[in-house]
Design a binder for this molecule. Structure first.
Ligand SMILES: O=C(O)CCC(=O)C(=O)O
Ligand SMILES: [Fe+2]
Length: 345
C-alpha cells in the first residue's frame, strides 16, 4: 500500500483542510477565529478517522545507501523530497576532526547567543514568562550545558558570523550535492550546541537542509511534508510551523503515518527535505550544523499551499526572513506578537 499520506486521503478532505488553514491564516485575527478553528478541527477529525481504518506504517530507518553520488541523490532524494543519511560522508572534514565544545568555547566564547526558548522549539514549559529573548554568549552555553537544559544554542548563526569556520566543511562536496542549484548559493548555516537529553520538538520549514553531525549523537524522527494534514500545525503566520505530535504520540491514527528514524554519529550527513517534519533528541552533548538553502521549485513541490502562504506571513514577513540570518530573532518576534494580540497584525 502507498504510504504517501496525500494519496491516502480524499481530495475533498485535503482541500477542506487547506481551505480551513488559509481561512485561519487570513481571517484568524478577526472574531471569526473561533468558528474557523472549530471547523478546521472537524476536518482534522475526519482525516484522523480515515487514517485509523488504514494499515500501520510504523517506524522505518532513514535510507542509508552506500556511496551515494550527487546525480542519484538529486534524482532519488532531493527531487522526491525523501530524507537520506550519508553515513560518514563528513568524517574526514576538519570540522568533525577539530571542533569540540572546548574548541568552540575557547575560540568563539564571546559570540552572543540568543536563547529564544520559544515554546515551539524548546523544552516543554520553557516558555516561562520570558518576554524578551535571553542573550548570553557561547562560553556560558557550553560551560552550563550539563546544568541548564534551557541553554541550548539552536539555529545559531555562528558560521555566517565567522565565515572562516565554513572552510572546515568540504565546500566542494556540498556544492556537488546541491548540484549547482542557483538558489543553493544563498545558503546559510545554523549550528546546534546542546546537552544530552535536550530535544527540539516537531517542526518544519520551507528550506532544504544538509545536517552535518559534528560531535555526539542525535536521534532524528522525520515525517514527509504531507503529514501536515494529520499533524495539525498551528496557524502561526511564521516561516516555521510546529506541531505537538511526536514520537510519543498515542493516538490510534499516529502509527498509520510512516516515521523515519535515524541516529546520527559524528561525520554523518542527513538530508532533510523542505517541509519535512522532524523531531530531534540529543543522545549525548552534541554539535551539529545545518547547511540550508531555499530552492523555490523544491519547496513548491513539497507543499504548494505552505509555500504560497510564505508570501503572506506576518510573524515576521518574508522580507524580514530574507534579510535576517539569526533565526532566533524571528522566533522571538513571533512570540512577542503571540503575547500581545492587540499589536499583532
Ligand atoms: O538538532 C536539533 O536540535 C534540531 C535540528 C533542526 O531542527 C534542523 O537542523 O532543522
Ligand atoms: Fe529543523
Amino acid at each position: 500500500m502507498q504510504h504517501a499520506l496525500s494519496k491516502r486521503l480524499s481530495a475533498r478532505l485535503r482541500l477542506t483542510f487547506v481551505f480551513g488553514f488559509f481561512l485561519e491564516h487570513f481571517l484568524g485575527w478577526t472574531p471569526l477565529q473561533r468558528p474557523i478553528t472549530r471547523w478546521r478541527k472537524r476536518t482534522l477529525r475526519g482525516i484522523h478517522a480515515t487514517l485509523e481504518a488504514q494499515p500501520d506504517q510504523g517506524v522505518v530507518p532513514v535510507p542509508a545507501p552506500q556511496d551515494l553520488v550527487p546525480e542519484v541523490f538529486e534524482q532519488e532524494y532531493f527531487k522526491r523530497g525523501r530524507c537520506v543519511v550519508l553515513r560518514g560522508a563528513a568524517k574526514e572534514w576538519p570540522a568533525v576532526k577539530r571542533w569540540s565544545l572546548e574548541f568552540l568555547a575557547k575560540e568563539y566564547g564571546d559570540d552572543p547567543v540568543i536563547l529564544s526558548n520559544h515554546r515551539a522549539f524548546s523544552e516543554e514549559g520553557s516558555d516561562a514568562e520570558q518576554e524578551e529573548a535571553e542573550v548570553t554568549d557561547l562560553r556560558d552555553v557550553i560551560e552550563n550545558l550539563a546544568r541548564d537544559r534551557l541553554k541550548y544554542a539552536r539555529f545559531h548563526p555562528l558560521l555566517d558570523r565567522h565565515p572562516e569556520l565554513q572552510e572546515d566543511l568540504d565546500q566542494g562536496w556540498l556544492e556537488r550535492m546541491k548540484r549547482k542549484n542557483p538558489f543553493a548559493r544563498y545558503n546559510f548555516h545554523t549550528i546546534f550546541i546542546g546537552a544530552r537529553g535536550n530535544r527540539t520538538p516537531t517542526h518544519n520549514a520551507g528550506n532544504d537542509n544538509l545536517f552535518i553531525q559534528i560531535a555526539g549523537r542525535k536521534t532524528w524522527h522525520l515525517w514527509e511534508a504531507d503529514c501536515s494534514y494529520a499533524f495539525d500545525p498551528e496557524v502561526n503566520r511564521c516561516p516555521a510551523k510546529h506541531s505537538s505530535v511526536g514520537p510519543e504520540e498515542t493516538a490510534a491514527w499516529y502509527p498509520k503515518l510512516r516515521t523515519y528514524r535515524v541516529e546520527l554519529e559524528p561525520g554523518d550527513v542527513l538530508y532533510v527535505p523542505a517541509y519535512a517534519w522532524h523531531y530531534v533528541h540529543n543522545e549525548e552533548d552534541a554539535i551539529g550544523v545545518g547547511v540550508r538553502w531555499t530552492s523555490p521549485w523544491s519547496s513548491l513541490r513539497r507543499s504548494p499551499w505552505l509555500f504560497f502562504l510564505e508570501f503572506f506571513n506576518t510573524s515576521p514577513s518574508i522580507f524580514s526572513v530574507l534579510f535576517e540570518r539569526d533565526f532566533n530573532k524571528l522566533l522571538v518576534a513571533n512570540r512577542r506578537r503571540e503575547k500581545r494580540p492587540s499589536t499583532s497584525r
